[in-house]
Design a binder for this molecule. Structure first.
Ligand code: BGP
Length: 465
């Protein structure tokens, strides 16, 4: 078989999940915002399925990681749950069972030849810290996060060399404070802006501690995982282009610029100041942000953002919202994943690669999530009981082709992780859309490798396809 798209040596081929989406709540001493939301409003979750069992990773991590090895991957990302590791949020006293659990997961990754990539926050704020302090609105919570993270570095830093501070922090801003898809489902643009700033500050403070503790010696690296949704304007007209620039500055460069360049985008600051909704910051904090930028970037890519100049009426009742500057644009003829309602646009992989190369110092980066959620995959089960998910294989191939093009033109991309190894719990969509290389039967928790799982194994063996 001839290999048309060959990747660099030591390329990361892997897949990502998160603690709250895979582990289940077994033995967890605290609740996250999602645990709590499910307890008070189970009907908000698809089919009433919550995070209680998820894909049972807490109990079956040994077997699950053996399956991940079986499909040939060489790296694996999950997250450490604040609500599992820490007993006392103020002092940082740990929960011994949480320590045991994450030690086992890390050791099993290494035994199975999987490079562990550990993320420190995946939408799983302890709900107590929201009720007590207002969660990410509070700078005290930023400091408590640092207390938790220090424990992670102390306990696991000897074996985990790749860390990420946050997964998709802008989604916390959008979900909790603008568009109501994460608890507490507020609509409050001013708070959203403060949270956006505080999350950037938290990331920089974590990086500062990482280096102060010497975790960067001995090969340790720290990054952040951002969901980039590059904003394409409807037309080249000035107003559409301006709308796209503003959209980009709120949803993409608001984290990308501080993470890599150490400062916020000019255009965002101008708008927030003009509208009198600027966050509260101090000189000292801005110095921390400036001096503590990332070593590497993780990019989650699912869909582009298409934007046009504002045409719809501004809903004043909501107060200040970034949407006053743009409308989303439904481009005629766009290709959709109908289950998730997201546009499929693989060309964007190339655009992201070139943007990082040209505008972000060609920093080392990898695709930390890319994937296709499909509902009702049972209908693709063949006579041998295997899900034939050719649509997923095609999706990955197309995206990898454009990534390959970006790399061959010099973009410094060192890996590709899909979402996700084993079907997992997707927030309020629960188990509606499946993303895995490995299927989960929710009634029995039986796990079966899909056709895409066999395919990726070959890709890894050939380092290309
Ligand atoms: C990303 C998240 C993941 C995962 C994935 C799939 O945004 O980092 O946690 O859930 O999207 O999306 P969804 O679960 O919304 O279908």
């Amino acid at each position: 078989m001839s290999i048309q798209f060959k990747f660099l040596e030591n390329f990361w081929w892997g897949s990502a999940t998160s603690g709250p989406q895979s582990e289940g709540r077994f033995n967890k001493k605290h609740d996250s915002v999602f645990d709590h939301w499910f307890d008070i409003e189970p009907e908000a979750f698809f089919d009433g399925v919550g995070p209680n069992v998820a894909s049972n990773f807490y109990n079956s991590h040994k077997e699950d990681l053996a399956l991940v090895k079986e499909i040939g991957l060489n790296s694996f990302r999950t997250s450490i749950q604040w609500t599992r590791l820490i007993k006392d949020f103020e002092t940082g006293e740990v929960d011994e069972d949480g320590v045991r659990f994450y030690n086992e997961v890390i050791d099993e990754c290494i035994e199975n030849g999987l490079l562990p990539v550990m993320n420190l926050h995946h939408f799983d704020l302890p709900v107590e810290l929201y009720h007590q302090y207002g969660g990410w609105e509070s700078k005290h919570v930023v400091d408590l996060f640092v207390v938790f993270v220090k424990k992670c570095f102390e306990l696991f830093g000897d074996r985990v060399k790749y860390w990420t501070t946050f997964n998709e922090p802008i989604v916390v801003v959008e979900g909790e404070y603008l568009y109501q898809f994460h608890y507490p489902k507020l609509v409050d643009g001013k708070k959203a802006v403060q949270v956006l700033y505080n999350l950037n500050l938290a990331s920089a403070k974590v990086i500062e501690v990482f280096r102060a503790m010497g975790c960067d010696k001995d090969g340790g690296k720290i990054g952040i995982v951002l969901n980039l949704t590059p904003a394409y304007p409807r037309s080249n007209g000035e107003e559409d282009v301006r709308a796209a620039q503003i959209g980009d500055s709120f949803f993409n460069t608001s984290f990308l610029d501080p993470a890599i360049k150490g400062h916020f985008p000019e255009i965002l600051i101008e708008i927030l100041e003009k509208d009198n909704v600027m966050w509260k910051s101090t000189e000292e904090e801005l110095e921390i942000i400036k001096n503590n930028t990332i070593d590497f970037l993780g990019v989650n890519y699912y869909q582009p953002r298409r934007v046009k100049a504002k045409e719809s009426e501004i809903d004043e009742s909501k107060g200040w919202m970034p949407d006053k500057y743009f409308d989303n644009y439904e481009m005629p003829g766009r290709r959709m994943n109908p289950y998730r309602g997201w546009e499929i646009y693989p060309e964007c992989m190339y655009d992201i690669a070139i943007n990082i190369r040209d505008n972000y110092n060609n920093i080392p980066w990898y695709i930390s999530e890319n994937g296709m959620g499909v509902e009702g995959e049972e209908k693709y089960i063949n006579a041998d009981g295997i899900i034939e998910d050719d649509y997923r294989i095609d999706f990955y191939k197309e995206h990898l082709e454009y990534l390959h093009k970006g790399i061959s033109e010099g973009s410094n991309c060192f890996g590709y992780h899909t979402w996700t190894p084993i079907d997992c719990w997707s927030w309020s969509n629960a188990y509606k859309n499946r993303y895995g290389f490995i299927a989960v039967d929710l009634d029995t928790q039986r796990k079966t490798i899909k056709k895409s799982g066999r395919w990726i194994k070959e890709v890894v063996e050939n380092n290309g396809f």
